[in-house]
Ligand binder design. Sequence first.
Ligand SMILES: *Cc1c(COP(=O)(O)O)cnc(C)c1O
Length: 246
Amino acid sequence: MSADPPSDLGQRRIELAANLAVVEARIAAACAAVGRDRDDVRLIAATKTFPASDIRLLADLGVLDIGENRDQEAAPKAAELRTTPAAQPIRWHFIGALQTNKSASVVEYATFVHSVDRLRLVKALGVAASRAGSVVSCLIQVDLDDVSRSGRSGARPAEVSGIARAIASTPGLQIAGVMAVAPLDADPAPAFRHLAELATQVRERHPEATMISAGMSNDLEQAIANGSTHLRVGAALLGNRRHPVG
Ligand SMILES: *Cc1c(COP(=O)(O)O)cnc(C)c1O
């Protein structure tokens, strides 16, 4: 080591390490409670509103899966980490509502898109991935609220098999699994159970679709109990969010 990190970065590293230890203990306890192996569950840090320097610190602490939900914010952060890479390569997960016209930008950095919820987006991502010569792993985001509210993202459960088939038959795309955000004001467990059933249905036709992206800071235990393989954790790891940049 040629120099100590600036003290604010050193302080931030200590904070992030402490938060990570708490989250890891929660994950370990939740896995133990239902007899799951810790290694069956991947932790994705949801880093929206936090700077690229935090992502580098998290990568140093062993969190190499990074989730971002707005392309305007994610693209410059990914570029910054390409210029000054972390010690280990980062995997980028796009987890937010995605407009078709952002597809070309997103496929430049994202290995996973968790928020595929309509056929038009499948088509746009396929065109973008083929042009970029990349392969994008797609998860189908499902809206588990029975009452459809405008502005919410997510496919209806009945649409899932058709979207899965479209992804699987599109060059440049792979069907990787399903994703959901639990309804805000209800017990998350039934929603996660429903998501796990949909995941099983998708896997019957597409055995490669093994991912279940579910569980956030407040409901990761219920998600783990109901088969989640990928947690998306923001506030519990990074602290309270700042206002979005850009
Ligand atoms: C921000 C975000 C998360 C993380 O939420 P926390 O409650 O901060 O853990 C998970 N999923 C998506 C899609 C998000 O946008």
